[in-house]
Design a protein around this ligand. Structure first.
Ligand SMILES: [Zn+2]
Ligand SMILES: [Zn+2]
Length: 324
């Protein structure tokens, strides 16, 4: 089979590899779509020991197995099913296994991968291939962040919400916020075309760096230090700042009176529990037309090096690697 290799230094090459042989409790998945994700910029720059790609949709190809032919997404946290977290439904925070598909085990920038059976999320037939991967990071991660906040600190009155960063996660966040009942949504980003897309979804623009207004809820989706620091400053008293965007850089927090003199929540959420999946499928069903607008390219494996470069430069929102 063909697979992508990420040696580092912003390079991607293609290689021939043997089709993986599934181990006990695993099945072989023939990949149909893998969405590009901004977090893959890290293996792109630094290199990866395994094939990256973690927003994976495909079909189980294991004749004789009960799951043969099942259209499935790959839920990336491998989980044991019986630790304290798993028993509470927090499958994304398993305490005995700390392995992510596409990060610690081979991922979806290849024609096939072996997937532990508990990591298959069956996709209903009315969800088309191009939209299926959005059920993971774009919808799963953002909807979980919002649901977590609604349980932690139910808004006393529905105030204005700010989304910082209008990439696929931020834009997916706007749609999830609307679906979960928020109406007054502002978005900040440096890219004009992304702001226009957010506006077409019913959000209003908020200037990057503007500290003149306070927000009850801030969904920080950029991972940028400046946006995190500003978020702490402009989150309203008793409000919530959610750090959804990824960054593995140390974050220096500046001494600032506006931060010291108020009660507020700063929340980190990661991915989503498997139990959210059915509700997220419903969310996607209701909003298919708008989510479809995030998918702005579809291409084959041979184009991955070029398309990843364009994606990393911010030219594309949610391009899909597609296998026929
Ligand atoms: Zn991702
Ligand atoms: Zn567990």
């Amino acid at each position: 089979m063909q697979t992508a290799v990420f040696p580092g230094d912003r390079m991607i090459s293609l290689a021939e590899a043997a089709v993986p042989v599934p181990g006990p409790g695993e099945v072989l998945l023939r990949v149909r779509r893998t969405a590009l994700c901004g977090s893959d910029a890290k293996p792109w720059v630094k290199g990866a020991k395994v094939t990256p790609g973690h927003e994976i949709f495909g079909v189980v190809e294991q004749p004789g197995h009960p799951l043969h032919g099942q259209r499935s997404l790959v839920y990336i946290p491998v989980h044991c099913g019986h630790c304290d977290s798993c028993r509470l439904g927090d499958t994304h925070m398993c305490q005995t296994i700390s392995v992510l598909m596409g990060w610690d085990m081979p991922g979806g920038y290849a024609e096939y991968l072996a997937v532990p059976e508990q990591c298959l999320l069956p996709v209903p037939d009315d969800i088309e291939d191009d939209l299926a991967p959005l059920l993971l990071d774009t919808i799963g991660t953002t909807a979980h962040a919002i649901r977590f906040v609604m349980r932690l600190a139910p808004p006393r009155e529905p105030g204005a919400v700010l989304v910082t960063g209008a990439g696929p996660v931020g834009l997916g966040g706007v749609l999830a916020l609307q679906h979960l009942g928020y109406r007054d949504i502002f978005v900040s980003d440096l890219r004009e075309e992304r702001l226009q897309l957010a506006e077409s979804f019913g959000a209003q623009r908020h200037p990057v760096g503007d500290a003149s207004r306070k927000f009850r809820l801030i969904l920080e989706c950029s991972g940028a230090h400046a946006a995190r620091s500003l978020g702490m400053e402009i989150v309203a008293p008793r409000g919530v700042l959610v750090l959804v965007g990824e960054s593995d850089q140390p974050w220096p927090v500046q001494e600032n009176k506006a931060i010291r003199r108020k009660d507020f929540h700063m929340v980190r959420t990661f991915y989503f529990p498997k139990g959210d999946f059915a509700a997220n499928v419903e969310l996607l069903r209701k909003e298919k037309a708008r989510y479809r607008r995030l998918v702005d390219a579809r291409f084959g494996l041979e184009q991955l090096p070029e398309m990843f470069t364009r994606f990393a430069a911010g030219e594309l929102v949610k391009p899909m690697l597609a296998f026929s």
